[in-house]
Design a protein. Sequence first.
Length: 557
Amino acid sequence: MIRKSVRLGDLLVEEGLITNDQLMHVLKLQKEYGFSKKMGEIMIDEGYITQKQMSLLLSQQLDVAFVDLFGEKINFENLANYPYALLENAQAIPFKEDDDYIYIATSDPLNYDALEALERSIATKPISLRLTAEDDVRRIFQRLDIVKNTRSIVSEVKNEIHAEGVKTDSDESAIMRLITLAIKDAIFRKGSDLHIEPSANDMSIRVRVDGVLHESFVFDLEIYHALVSRIKILGHLDISEKRKSQDGRFSMEVEGGAYDFRLSTTPTLYGESVVMRILDQQKILLKLEDLGFVDENLEIFSEIIHSPYGILLITGPTGSGKTTTLYAALNEIKSIQNKVLTIEDPIEYQLPLVQQVQVNEKVGFTFFSALKSFLRQDPDIIMVGEIRDAETLGAAAQASLTGHMVFSTLHTNNAASAISRMSQMGLENYLIADSVLGIVAQRLVRKICVHCKYEVKPHKELLVKVEKHISATTLFFKGKGCTKCDFSGYSGRIMIAEILVINEELSKMIAKGSTNFEISTYAQEHNGFKPMFFDGLKKASQGITTLDDVLRVVKDI
């Protein structure tokens, strides 16, 4: 391998990415760390450069082509035959081979000793080096570990598929044990959803943990059809129907706990994509104070939900925790003295002292028809899982104006835009003004793992978005990644929110047809309203979450 003399620090100074003073600071820190951390790693931690900037610079300087590993057809069975320790030490992935070379991608092309040791161990052919992203190398190593750890059960499944007369739909079959293994792994990781996805070359199982997908298993396509068929049998779906979406549900006891699984299939280019929502029936309902409201918002929210009548709307995209907030609110106000009715699609968790109703559109029992029947049931509080159409919205408004407290959800980006959304759906402005008490817009951000949290300086591209809202001494943190958080740096999620309270002046503005901008501006200037960005920024400065994650889910001001 040809070595090139490259001084990374000098290169970054020459390119104007860092200053000479910053370079001196990095060299000082590296000495303090006893040279256990690489210079590039320290520069990223200090917020001077990004991983992408460093990779592009090295690619140009070393004249090494960049490769997207996930655009290559990697044979993981062959990859497992390479010396793992040498691959890991060189941060290198052999991704292709022809008559002349073995092509290797690395995220650290300056680690010459490790790369040469790997080249000597291969011996059969010279290597042709490529540069790739550090995160991609890490993910490929994770895939490699998965392949090695599941070889035994995969072999059993393949034998079972090829054996004549063996019933793969048995609870004792290898394919069922593989499904159980995937489910147990997802529950152990505290996952909310399990995704089974086919591709051109293989199939993967990914788990959504704290709102982000992580790959947990990779299998040959040979296993895919047996796996999906068995899952569809569990969910009472038609295994012969592969051209349209299907929805189902099944229950399973896992490690002594009762779990429900909401099942959804949809046809894709390479086969059916299957998603399972994991519902833990033993899950303790959150108390209001555990949701993540800051003190002033908690006080406002508590006051709204204890109102005798009106509409409270929770808004946000799918997966933003709206249902959890609604359940926490119902859990707070339910009692033997009042009657609470809910209409949901589907019912996710069972609540004591609450009459819960499931939508059944096949027989015409919709949100609207259920809501009309509720008014004859003498309720005090009504929860409508989601307002999807003008009829349901109109019925909810009428219910609130006739002395009922109504909780529901809408899909909007912020609190003020819920008003225009209702207007677009056909509800008159004066009815919106008279019926809506408050609107909560929320998102979920990931919490930093307390076991590996450390102080960090965000990159200047992030800081420029928030610098006018923070002081020069504001500290930020992130997680290094450890066994406690599955090396993600995060553990759990917390809400960031904004609450728009409709007072008399705002009610007049809504009735007159004021714009979202006018309503939001007035609320901020006269009503104490704070956009959720500030809630996120506060939690980031308190070391609860990272600045990156806040800006991932909410637009800066």
